[in-house]
Design a protein around this ligand. Structure first.
Ligand code: SUG
Length: 426
């Protein structure tokens, strides 16, 4: 079966800002209180999408839910007009208000875990919406993402879209950021690897993905037990700022590109995977410290199969600026492995909140029939890309200083921006 993987990128929303909401995410904490540039953030995201289109890949996008999320604040007893709700929340619970303003839906690797049709019990692509229970601002995304995924992947013959698990720590689920699929090719049966943390082992940074959540996701999709692997994250990596496993490892087809300290027991994991996938190629990168991995986001690259063969690493510009990370990239390109190209993209506005190229996209493996069943409004061609870029240019705020978040003018501009986007999508 010929199959491809479509990257659905999150479009950074008009309220993109630096409110320091994510404990354990070093960039989010470090850049708290900085001025953000939402228009630049969205244009950087769009430029990355266009770059992948130029490489000959199918590219999708997912629009941001409405922020500030006045509708979510009503559940906490705030009432009145939208502006009244927002003003009261800003006054009475600034932390909650900021959570309702976050544009964190841009990191669509956290939208859902996607299980490929050749691996699932019923031969459909399964999408299990992530509850994002670990962070208040992110938990607001779950129900909206579920509704969006049902809209984009509405064909029930090809797709099964599941709602989020209960929003509790026991089931903390951060979606595809902690899941890797390894296979001889995208269309072949694959091995599914779920990386997870262990909240009880302590540490000052939270471990967001729980093993019971990963197990529930695997059950919901009907994955075969012998081809499903659970890998404990290395505690040192989590405590160095790898709050999601995709900060230290990425997989594509038969290649696993990883930091040697990504997993608690890498030797065992690689041995078990090798036993099931003899042509597995583990590209382990020595010589890049965890601190450099976290600041450069080298491993948060997208690793994509190119239409003419070979694979490309889609790297953040921060990786090029880090001497150790860039030396590693050059060594990988010179070595005997399927990675043939390095493509550098500028996603700095997202990076400053801890989101690199791989965080910004949800990968969905599809065969021809499933591809045809996706709502075409969410697959980009040149015209759709242009229309998104025009909406962003015209409606996204140029910048947001921390004090701007509480200003009704910003809320009005964000409302207009969301309406213009919805109109452009049609
Ligand atoms: O959940 N940052 C996101 C970054 C998510 C990155 N995704 C992946 N690794 N797949 C997070 O920590 C920061 C928002 C703020 O501080 O305002 C934030 O939510």
């Amino acid at each position: 079966m010929s199959a491809v993987e479509i990257n659905f990128d999150g479009l950074p929303g008009p309220t993109h800002n630096y409110a320091g909401l994510s404990v354990g995410n070093v960039a989010s904490q470090t850049n708290f209180g900085e001025t953000s540039y939402p228009r630049a953030a969205a244009l950087q995201g769009l430029a990355k999408m266009r770059r992948l289109m130029e490489l000959g890949l199918t590219q999708g996008f997912l629009p941001p839910p409405k922020r500030p999320a006045a509708h979510a604040l009503r559940a906490f007893g705030f009432a009145g007009s939208e502006d009244e709700v927002l003003a009261a929340a800003a006054e009475q619970d600034l932390g909650l208000f900021r959570a309702a303003c976050s544009a964190s839906s841009m990191w669509r690797a956290n939208a859902a875990t996607v299980l490929a049709a050749p691996d699932t019990g019923d031969g459909r692509v399964h999408l299990v919406t992530a509850n994002l229970a670990g962070m208040l601002h992110r938990s607001f995304e779950a129900e909206e993402t579920f509704a969006l995924l049902k809209r984009v992947f509405s064909n029930a013959d090809r797709f099964a879209v599941h709602g989020p698990l209960p929003s509790a720590r026991h089931f903390g689920d951060e979606g595809a950021a902690n899941h890797m699929r390894l296979a001889a090719s995208h269309g072949a049966p694959g091995l599914n690897v779920f990386a997870h943390g262990e909240a009880s082992r302590g540490g000052s940074f939270p471990e967001r993905q729980s093993l019971p959540a990963s197990q529930a996701v695997a059950r919901l999709a009907g994955l075969e037990g012998a081809r499903t692997f659970y890998a404990l994250q290395n505690q040192g990596a989590v405590q160095a700022g790898a709050f999601h496993n995709d900060v230290v490892a990425v997989a594509n087809a038969n290649v696993l590109f990883a930091h040697p300290e990504a997993f608690a027991d890498p030797a065992r994991l690689y041995r078990d995977l090798h036993a099931r996938l003899p042509n597995l190629k583990v590209v382990e990168i020595f010589g890049v410290s965890l601190a450099d991995a976290v600041s450069s986001y080298l491993f948060n690259s997208q690793l994509v199969s190119l239409p003419d063969g070979g694979m490309a690493l889609i790297l953040p510009s921060d990786a090029k600026e880090n001497a150790a990370a860039w030396a590693a990239v050059e060594a990988v390109l010179a070595a005997d492995n399927p990675i043939t190209q390095a493509v550098v993209v500028d996603v700095r506005e997202s990076m400053r909140n801890g989101g690199g190229p791989a965080c910004l996209r949800l990968r969905v493996p599809v065969d021809g029939a499933a591809r045809a069943a996706i709502d075409p409004r969410f697959i980009l061609d040149a015209a759709r890309w242009e229309s998104l870029a025009r909406v962003v240019e015209a409606h996204w705020p140029e910048k947001i200083a921390p004090d701007d978040l509480v200003k009704p003018d910003l809320w009005a501009q964000a409302r207009e921006a969301h309406a213009a986007l919805e109109a452009a999508i049609g």
